[in-house]
Design a protein around this ligand. Structure first.
Ligand SMILES: NC(=O)c1ccc[n+]([C@@H]2O[C@H](COP(=O)([O-])OP(=O)(O)OC[C@H]3O[C@@H](n4cnc5c(N)ncnc54)[C@H](OP(=O)(O)O)[C@@H]3O)[C@@H](O)[C@H]2O)c1
Length: 266
């Protein structure tokens, strides 16, 4: 039997744009109750309003910086309060989507910047660890709860200029695998969804708001959309409670490998 998300609490990090924002709408459409976090609270406010419209569900948002332990702890104690007030589903968190992250810069190691390296390791690696550690006590055993981490094809293969992002997503993959082993017997599901080229704000962030450079990444090709990933996240969480999707790689048909992208000439 499919796992029903109606009235279940779902926590999504990095919900202010891209996959996270699309996931908020998709989980709301299933009737789930949402806890959304990111640093841009003005964006969260708009996304919450849109998610409410798509599902008439309960949607709450709060500032979250996964790069800081204090912010993660503050966010989780806020989440605990929200969940605690809930009369349905025993006040438990059923889905944690560790999505916050991204790439900063495309410099070679020889010209890399400390600030970019630190931001990538903080959000993509330590952020997943911090959020998981803090949220686990809220997750009920043997009730079909899921932890879904967002990895990347970058965690499976290296590319020039991608050393630290690739290392960070390879770290996320190994964290997911270790957690899967550690939670065996609890009934809590653990998996990673690892996308290839997807058009979100990812490249704008990577290229520090250089819109022309960001646009070039997707030129002539048909990338994944945030909605494609959101649909997969809902699908993963909705599998019957005994089914665990361990690792899922998804790429656009135009991308056979990182750097091997089919581009139409206009
Ligand atoms: N797009 C792709 O091609 C692609 C492919 C594979 C994997 N991914 C991964 O997918 C995830 C989502 O990326 P996206 O493509 O949706 O890009 P995006 O549109 O730039 O979204 C990134 C989200 O992460 C949040 N975030 C970043 N650092 C954060 C921090 N320190 N604390 C809290 N939130 C933080 C951002 O929110 P604030 O800035 O408001 O905090 C934003 O909501 C990332 O982990 C990324 O590495 C993307």
């Amino acid at each position: 039997m499919k796992f029903l998300l109606k009235n279940k609490w779902v926590l999504i990090t990095g919900a202010s744009s891209g996959f996270g924002a699309a996931a908020a709408k998709a989980f709301a459409a299933e009737g789930a109750k949402l806890l959304l976090g990111a640093r841009r609270v003005d964006r969260l406010e708009k996304i919450s309003a849109a998610a409410k419209k798509s599902g008439r569900a309960e949607v709450h948002f709060h500032f979250l910086d996964v790069a800081k332990t204090s912010s993660v702890e503050e966010f989780i104690s806020w989440a605990k309060q929200k969940i605690g007030k809930s009369k349905t589903e025993g006040g438990k968190l059923h889905v944690l989507v560790n999505n916050a992250g991204g790439a900063h810069g495309l410099d070679t190691i020889a010209s890399g910047k400390d600030a970019d390296w630190e931001a990538m390791i903080q959000a993509n690696v330590l952020g997943v660890l911090r959020m998981t550690r803090a949220a686990l006590p809220l997750m009920p055993p043997n009730s079909g709860a899921s932890i879904i981490n967002i990895g990347s094809v970058a965690g499976h293969a290296a590319y020039e200029g991608g050393a630290v992002y690739c290392a960070a997503k390879a770290g996320e993959l190994q964290i997911t695998r270790a957690l899967r082993l550690e939670l065996l017997g609890t009934g809590i599901r653990v998996g990673t969804v690892d996308p290839g080229l997807a058009e979100t704000e990812f490249s704008m962030v990577r290229f520090k708001s250089d819109a022309a450079r960001a646009k070039k990444v997707y030129e002539g090709t048909n990338p994944l959309t945030a909605e494609d990933i959101a649909e997969i996240l809902v699908w993963v969480a909705r599998r019957p409670a005994h089914v665990n999707i361990d690792e899922l790689i998804v790429k656009p048909v135009d991308q056979a490998a990182i750097g091997k992208v089919f581009r139409r000439k206009s």
